[in-house]
Design a protein around this ligand. Structure first.
Ligand code: SF4
Length: 321
């Protein structure tokens, strides 16, 4: 077999084999008869297929060394997650694929109400929550007084930076005289706690103070009669952010007839304060998937107030002064 190899090729192979030995991989091609020797085998003792195999092995080895070297250098720049993977599981770091750009929906900012509901309610000098409650008294100003059990004024921190406004009391609220204490109220409490707050850190009230029969929506004349009390509450508490729960509260405060889904999740302005309209907890009980939208809205509120998520100690939404 060796006779068929030219002298020039033999010299080249011999030089290559010595190189293999120099770099310590001569065992790849060493013949059995020469395995005990530390010196390079004679070319005649080497089987050509082993030489070919040795060449392939060296190429593979070289590629392996090169690949690993690349991998090692890339480890320095890999994110921590990659460092946790076993070396054999590491994959080449590919450039990020260009993100598919979804055009953002147009932002809807409702114009600030210039006239209407609160025109007659000028800011009252020296006003207080106690005075507002006294002014309500045993109110009979609108027809809702006929079916109510208790007037539901408000609950929570009278100096809160965050106010939740609902539409009106339900059955449980009417019985207890407190807002949001039924099933929807328990969900609202969970939402507040998920924001890293306690119920007593925020202020909670409604557009109308008496329960509409059969839990129907308050009617325009009832809203017009009762909501000036709400306006006074907002002025006295002076929150940084108002969250309007449901269409009734949002439309009342923003003086609009647009559906809440058109402007929910976008900051609105109410008398110099930021207002976020979101879905009512009662709606979430009927439609749980909408909780995700509400949570997005509440996270915007949290960011505005500098709040951290549940688990982090924070009471910054409640003023202590
Ligand atoms: Fe008075 Fe308001 Fe009750 Fe109507 S809803 S009776 S205005 S407190």
């Amino acid at each position: 077999m060796a006779d068929r190899i030219s002298e020039n090729l033999q010299n080249k192979i011999s030089a290559r084999l010595r190189f293999y030995q120099d770099i310590g991989i001569d065992l790849f091609y060493r013949s059995r008869s020469a395995s005990a020797s530390s010196s390079p085998p004679e070319l005649s003792a080497v089987q050509p297929e082993r030489v070919i195999s040795a060449s392939v092995s060296v190429v593979e080895y070289s590629e392996t060394v090169e690949t690993f070297a690349v991998s090692e250098s890339s480890v320095e720049e890999s994110p921590a997650f990659e460092d946790t993977l076993p070396r054999t599981s590491r994959k080449p770091v590919l450039p990020p694929a260009p993100a598919f750009q979804v055009p953002a929906p147009p932002k809807i900012v409702l114009p600030a109400p210039k006239s209407g509901l609160f025109d007659a309610s000028e800011k009252i000098s020296g006003d207080s929550l106690l005075k507002i409650r006294d002014d309500i008294g045993d109110c009979t100003r609108c027809k809702l007084h006929k079916g109510r059990n208790k007037i539901v004024f408000a609950d929570g921190n009278p100096k809160a930076k965050l106010i939740f406004v609902g539409e009106g009391p339900g059955r449980d609220e009417d019985m207890q005289g407190l807002p949001f204490v039924g099933r929807a109220g328990k969900l609202l409490t969970s939402m507040i706690e998920a924001m890293g707050l306690q119920r007593q850190d925020v202020y909670i009230c409604n557009v109308v103070k008496c329960r509409p029969p059969e839990n129907r929506l308050p009617e325009p004349d009832e809203i017009k009669t009762c909501s000036p009390f709400l306006l006074r509450q907002l002025e006295v508490v002076d929150p940084k952010v108002i969250v309007a729960l449901g269409a009734c509260a949002a439309q009342t405060l923003l003086q609009t007839t647009r559906g809440i889904s058109h402007f929910r999740g976008q900051w609105q302005e109410f008398r110099g304060r930021k207002l976020m309209a979101t879905y009512h907890p009662a709606y979430l009980l009927r439609n749980p998937p909408a909780k995700a939208d509400v949570w997005k809205d509440l996270q915007m509120v949290m960011a505005e107030l500098g709040l951290e998520r549940r688990g982090a100690k924070s009471t910054s939404a409640g003023k202590t002064s």
